[in-house]
Design a protein around this ligand. Structure first.
Ligand code: ZN
Length: 368
């Protein structure tokens, strides 16, 4: 099934943030798929449900993500800041996470005089996206095809004690840890194919294992992370600089990292295939994952418009081949999967996830 809800989509210009993110991207995909939100009875990979309908489907009510879910993943001091309106509180953390103040102290991609809403109001959207990712996991476990695609979300850069890279909180690890705390899964795979390294997810998992995060995994639980990404460029270059300046620890490795250098696009699929095999080898015998969360960024696409995505240019067919490789790998092993749409910038960022979902539907139809 597919989760789509206009209410969780962040229209960044409403907050004065000038990023090339099309607020209509998810709606365009649903329109192209012929989905009907009012009558959620579409064919595979549908039906298309909004958040409220997904809650009903799962028999849940009320707020999905609360402070305690964030406390499981981020540092106590950082969580305190997020829920504070002090000078170092929520607004300061948002300015930092969205890189809205440049090194010169002047606004960067930020025009607060054009904002229609206060920056702090963005937090509600971020929590709603986090809820959507968690619900996608719960739905993938519950629905008959064990597949759910959430047309939003993907905040994978947020670190233990700070936001980063347009990510205030790490929605991927928050969703995974909530699922584990509720007994929904023990081992969880994160397969991150966004063009930018899943640096926050790698750090958070490492910090749980090493005890830096005082909230341990539940008995028998773990998260294994795979990230395939640009070998250079954000965050791998900028972090070296900012890490030195801020005295932060360097970026930590994922369990499986697959850096792709400039001009190596032709190797992408075979190296991803090897990486998936490696992920499986790292998985203890007889303890396969209860679910895989796929961070399905469209920003490796050759038509992506974000400057910091420019060092990888996958054609559309290769983006779809990537997704079908991951989908078939998981399906052949009966592993439920929750797909989070993640990064994608500019006028054509809707095309890779749309073509993937159309391809899934066509494959299914041809089998029937
Ligand atoms: Zn990205």
């Amino acid at each position: 099934m597919i989760i789509f809800d206009d209410k969780v989509v962040s229209v960044f210009s409403d907050y004065g943030i000038m990023l090339p993110v099309a607020g209509w991207r998810a709606r365009k995909i649903v329109d192209q798929l012929g989905g009907d939100i009012a009558s959620p009875s579409g064919h595979f990979p549908g039906p298309v449900l909004d958040i409220q309908q997904t809650l009903s489907f799962l028999g849940k009510t009320g707020d999905v993500i609360g402070r305690s879910d964030i406390e499981r993943v981020h540092s106590p001091a950082y969580v305190d800041a997020l829920f504070s309106d002090s000078p170092d509180g929520l607004t300061r953390q948002l300015l930092n996470a969205y890189e809205l103040i440049g090194p010169d102290g002047k606004p960067n991609r930020y025009e607060p005089d054009k904002a229609l809403k206060p920056l702090s109001a963005l937090f509600d959207k971020i929590l709603a996206q986090c809820a959507g990712s968690y619900l996608a996991c719960a739905a993938a476990l519950s629905e008959e095809r064990h597949f759910c695609y959430f047309l939003a979300g993907g905040n994978h850069h947020a670190r233990y004690d700070t936001g980063a890279g347009f990510c205030l909180i790490n929605e991927i690890i928050i969703a995974a840890r909530k699922l584990q705390a509720e007994g929904g899964a023990s081992l969880i795979w994160i397969i991150d194919v966004d063009v930018h390294k899943g640096c926050g997810s790698a750090e958070l998992v490492s910090f749980i294992r090493s005890g830096v995060n005082p909230v341990p995994f539940e008995d028998g639980c773990d998260i294994l992370t795979l990230s395939i990404h640009m070998a250079r460029g954000w965050p791998l270059d900028s972090e070296t600089l900012s890490g030195a300046v801020q005295g932060r620890a360097p970026l930590l490795p994922s369990d499986v990292d697959i850096p792709i250098g400039e001009g190596e696009e032709a190797l992408y699929i075979s190296r991803l295939e090897q990486g998936l095999d490696r992920l499986e080898q790292l998985t203890p015998q007889g303890a396969g994952p209860g679910i895989a969360i796929v961070v399905d960024g469209a920003d490796p696409y050759e038509h992506d418009e974000l400057l910091s995505s420019a060092l990888m240019r996958l054609p559309l067919d290769q983006c779809v081949e990537r997704d079908m490789l991951v989908y078939n790998f998981l399906r052949s092993r009966n592993i439920p999967s929750a797909w989070i749409m993640a990064g994608g910038y500019g006028e054509r960022a809707w095309e890779p996830p749309c073509r993937f979902l159309q391809t899934l539907g066509a494959c299914r139809a041809s089998r029937v």
